[in-house]
Write a protein that binds this ligand. Structure first.
Ligand code: ME8
Length: 468
């Protein structure tokens, strides 16, 4: 691997960022930071951003009584602020209302149209604004959308432009079967494979009733379907940002299972039609619930990343999110569980270890300390190559636990003179290793620990994680 291009979904700006958005974005940040160290800063391109068109966003702006552009500007700012707070190191934040992006969307659409892959048809269907799509009969239960049971479905009949997805689907299937692009973990690959094999219908890619969007270049009475507009961000960013053309195609696209269909099929179909290189890996993580319930506005159980960052510190939150459950699975999170884990792994675990060793080493000369043995690095790299940041952190916390145990067994505070110094010195390389290893996951904490043990004498540590 020479370069690493990683993306997150671009999030809808109908509402403020929540903890689900933070989850994917923090994970992407870990991969970006890890590969920057390995490959060099210039070899990594980390893209995130906001999805700003479509009916859902237009409706939210209307409810807020605001002009859509003013509204999306405000929410996009909130995303940017949240990512700044969480120490997200994206190289670019793309917004789909950027005219340089919309120009690319129009260009691509025109190409597909010129190839005869887009056709005008009369369409009648039930549209779910929550999903931003027409539902198929299997997705409708008792006249409602399965995913948005509280929302009324809108019966719509309009002239739409259609992308001949059914014509492209066999090529997508072949590409997936040949591993020209990979969908991970394998359950998700199975899921998309069987959905494609079950039959793919053409999709409507324009709307007439939604004015908040990109105009279809050959027919300005239509706007481009928000999903086609959004998917193209991953490409348009490489055109907009200086010197990023050569980063095409993405090495890793992170997303959750809710949007697998669009990424695993529609996106690949468009790229195949354009004869473009396909992304290497799509990693599809699970969904978390809060206290056993779906996170939703109506239940009032939405967790705000900014509030959680106040409670646990930014690195505390990053750690708790990444270790809540295996990356790829579904899981449940709660403030109670986070509190317990924070105290155990961070306040008592890492925090306590650093202060114990720093105290022991207060009067010790560290100038002769050997370099750390780094045999665990390969395990961390392997975990990250398998897209398991939770496992990589497990390796590090295994070492933290082992060090803690060694201290208890050695009881170095009972030793004196040479013997004590030798023992204490033996811990330093391990702590330096821990500091380096946590850097992509918890950058501020890593820097703080490095500062304590970097010099010839120990610097007094700041309290890392206050007990709750
Ligand atoms: O779908 N658990 O945007 P979106 C885990 N704009 N991850 C979650 C989550 C949860 N409970 N809730 C949200 C869109 N996410 C489109 C994407 S991309 C071209 C267009 C995360 O704001 C997860 O990454 O609804 C999920 O895929 C994404 O937020 C959906 O964000």
């Amino acid at each position: 691997m020479e370069k690493f291009y990683v993306t997150t979904p671009i999030y809808y700006v109908n509402d403020r960022p929540h903890i689900g958005h933070a989850y994917t974005t923090v994970a992407a940040d870990v991969f970006a930071r890890y590969w920057r160290v390995k490959l060099g800063d210039d070899q990594v391109f980390f893209l995130t951003g906001t999805d700003e068109h479509g009916a859902k966003v237009a409706q939210a702006a209307e409810t807020a009584g605001e002009d859509p552009q003013v509204f999306v500007d405000k929410i996009a700012q909130e995303y940017m602020r949240a990512w700044e707070k969480l120490n997200i190191s994206h190289n670019y934040f793309i917004r789909t209302t950027d005219p340089r992006h919309t120009a690319v969307v129009q260009e691509v659409l025109q190409k597909l149209y010129d190839q005869g892959l887009i056709e005008k048809r009369q369409y009648k269907g039930m549209y779910c604004v929550g999903c931003e799509k027409y539902l198929t009969s299997t997705e409708i239960k008792d006249g409602k959308c399965e995913l948005h049971p509280n929302a009324e479905l809108v019966a719509q009949e309009e002239e739409n432009y259609f992308l001949k997805l059914s014509e492209l689907a066999p090529q997508v299937l072949q590409a997936l079967e040949n591993n020209d692009y990979r969908v991970l973990p394998k359950e998700r690959r199975e899921e998309i494979l069987s959905r494609i094999k079950a039959g793919v219908e053409d999709i409507s890619i324009s709307r007439t009733g939604v004015s908040w969007g990109v105009k279809v270049p050959w027919d300005e009475t239509h706007t481009v379907y928000v999903w086609v507009d959004a998917l193209l961000n991953y490409f348009s960013a490489t055109q907009i940002v200086k010197n990023k053309q050569e980063f095409w195609a993405p090495d890793l696209q992170l997303l959750a299972k809710d949007i697998l269909w669009f990424h695993g099929l529609v996106w690949e179909a468009i790229l195949i039609a354009l004869k473009m290189k396909l992304p290497k890996d799509l990693f599809v993580h699970g969904f978390f619930s809060i206290d056993g319930q779906k996170m939703s506005k109506s239940l009032g159980n939405i967790l705000e990343p900014m509030e959680l960052a106040e409670r646990y510190g930014v690195d505390g939150l990053r750690y708790l999110l990444l270790t809540a459950f295996a990356f790829g699975n579904d899981g449940d999170i709660s403030v109670e569980k986070f509190d317990v884990k924070y105290n155990a792994d961070l306040a008592n675990g890492l925090g306590n270890l650093v202060s114990r060793v720093a105290k022991l080493a207060e009067d010790v000369d560290l100038s002769g300390v050997a370099k750390a043995d780094d045999s665990l690095d390969a395990r961390i790299e392997e975990a990250l190559k398998n897209y398991r940041p939770d496992e990589a952190l497990g390796v590090i916390w295994g070492e933290i636990g082992a060090l803690d145990k060694r201290l208890d067994d050695d009881e170095p505070w009972k030793l004196v003179g040479e013997e004590r110094t030798k023992k204490v010195l033996s811990y330093i390389p391990r702590l330096r290793w821990v500091a380096g290893a946590i850097r992509p996951f918890m950058p501020e904490t890593a820097a703080k620990i490095e500062k304590v043990f970097a010099g010839d004498t120990v610097a007094r540590p700041e309290a890392l994680f206050q007990r709750l």
